[in-house]
Design a binder for this molecule. Structure first.
Ligand code: H79
Length: 465
């Protein structure tokens, strides 16, 4: 008995100790910020490693969920106030109903982790002007205006700190449909041109961004959006706030001046690779904020292809979920993300910290005859495989396994070894020369129904063509 009891007692003591230690760690991490990076490369390092992030759109719009007074409001859910021209005095009443009793920050962070995501970006204030944290600047916030009275961002920041997840904040700097001088609300406050926009910036947006960068520990990035009326001077004021308070914090591409990286259009993936740092913000259905009627979820296979498409073109994938008014991330979206995460557990070496494709022909080609909607040559997409790289290694993620073996694109380097990622035996994949083309005899069917990764260990650090 004694010999059985003692280890159990020890481990109980150990667990208690761990709890105390981790509480201390949380306090330390939420009060401190990261040191100033010494170079842009150092500043970008975590972003280049991460590749896959979770976007969360959550706010009062989760209550109407795409419907207002029994009428469907088409389009993206978080735009319901704008779309239905809801007066401030009506829309702000929603705050009194905001009581998401199922909200569990730890669970959200755990979901992101399971999905293989390495950072979270949450709406601290969307265009509707409602702050998801305790703001001294405006009482229109989750603590002072709702029965819930809990600081959502505080809880999320603590959970992220505990689990080692990076956290960033979306902040709508220009549009604010609740403030008489913010951009966008013309139905209550008249045309934007007649507003004292700088009054709004100085008295609401700038102080709120300061609050976000002081009360919530290290903020990995601030995600500004829709830079209406954002002159370079106005934008620069936000740059200075961020740099002064948290010099390691990245700024996205939609502030109004150049940020630390380029942000593509919503749900837009470029046809070809880019050499700069960039990110695609995207939805899992057709809305950002929760809509009751949108259950058209992207499948795990579609998400996985987009992830590899983006990473192979040098970008990051910031994929959104819209929790409902109870605080629950819709189960189908969470399940599909977790399925992607299970794939990444096996094949993640080809993703995290990986560089873009050294090729390009796998993306497709411009049609000589057909035009797209804008009258430009139509890009004919190929989706058989995507390629990522690390020094001395080439990762080919194969989506359509060819019957006759995979024709490798031409390059000069010798191939030292070829095998399938996650194969415990690292069994050789044979490479044969057929009419001057190297053909990899890849397994068919492969070890995974959607896609698997062929690794080529090459002579030299990088591909020479
Ligand atoms: O936060 C998400 C969107 O709410 C935000 N960006 C992502 C990340 C966004 N703001 N503006 N837009 C996206 C473009 C909005 C276009 C439309 Fe509309 C909104 C189309 C229909 C409703 C504005 C109003 C343009 C036409 C009517």
């Amino acid at each position: 008995m004694k010999t059985l009891d003692t280890p159990a007692m020890c481990s109980l003591g150990f667990v208690l100790l761990l709890c105390v230690a981790s509480t201390c760690a949380v306090n330390a991490q939420t009060s401190n910020v990261l040191p100033a990076p010494r170079s842009q490369d150092e500043k970008m390092a975590w972003f280049r490693e991460a590749k896959f992030g979770l976007f969360i759109h959550w706010g009062l719009y989760a209550i109407p969920a795409g419907e207002w007074k029994g009428k469907r409001s088409p389009g993206i859910g978080e735009w319901v106030m704008h779309r239905m021209k809801i007066p401030v005095k009506d829309y702000e009443q929603l705050a009194q109903q905001f009581n998401p009793f199922k909200f569990d920050a730890e669970e959200w962070v755990k979901m992101a982790e399971d999905a293989g995501m390495r950072y979270i970006v949450i709406t601290s204030k969307h265009h509707d002007g409602f702050a998801l944290y305790r703001s001294k600047t405006s009482p229109y916030n989750v603590v002072d205006a709702t029965p819930f009275r809990r600081d959502v961002l505080k809880e999320l920041a603590a959970a992220c700190a505990r689990r080692g997840m990076k956290l960033g904040f979306y902040y709508s700097q220009a549009q604010d449909w609740h403030d008489p001088n913010g951009a966008g609300n013309t139905w209550d406050f008249g045309p934007d041109e007649n507003k004292d926009f700088d009054k709004y910036l100085r008295e609401k947006a700038e102080p709120q961004v300061r609050e976000l960068l002081t009360g919530y520990g290290p903020v990995c990035l601030v995600w500004f959006d829709t830079p209406r009326m954002m002159t370079p001077e106005r934008s620069q004021r936000f740059v200075e706030i961020v740099e002064k308070l948290q010099p390691a914090t990245l700024i996205d591409g939609r502030l109004g001046v150049k940020g630390d990286y380029f942000t593509t259009g919503d749900n837009f993936i470029p046809d070809l690779a880019r050499d700069d740092d960039w990110e695609t913000p995207a939805t899992v259905n057709h809305t950002w904020g929760f809509r009751r009627d949108d259950e058209d979820w992207k499948s795990p296979g579609e998400i996985l292809f987009k992830l590899m498409d983006i990473v192979s073109k040098g970008g990051n994938y910031l994929l959104n979920v819209g929790p409902d008014a109870d605080g629950v991330i819709p189960k189908p979206s969470a399940d599909n993300l977790r399925t992607v995460g299970r794939w990444l557990k096996v094949y993640g070496e080809a993703v995290y910290g990986a560089g873009r494709s050294p090729f390009g022909e796998e993306f497709g080609e411009f049609s000589a005859a057909q035009k797209d909607r804008n009258g430009k040559p139509l890009f004919l997409v190929r989706n058989d495989w995507r390629c990522t790289t690390k020094p001395g290694k080439v990762y080919i993620t194969i989506f359509n396994v060819p019957r006759e073996g995979l024709d490798l694109p031409p390059f000069k380097n010798q191939i030292r070894k070829a095998y399938v990622l996650g194969d415990p035996q690292k069994q050789e994949v044979t490479i044969e020369m057929v009419n001057g083309v190297r053909v990899a005899r890849v397994p068919r069917p492969g070890p995974h129904a959607t896609a698997y990764v062929l690794v080529l260990e090459i002579e030299g650090d990088k591909i020479e063509r």
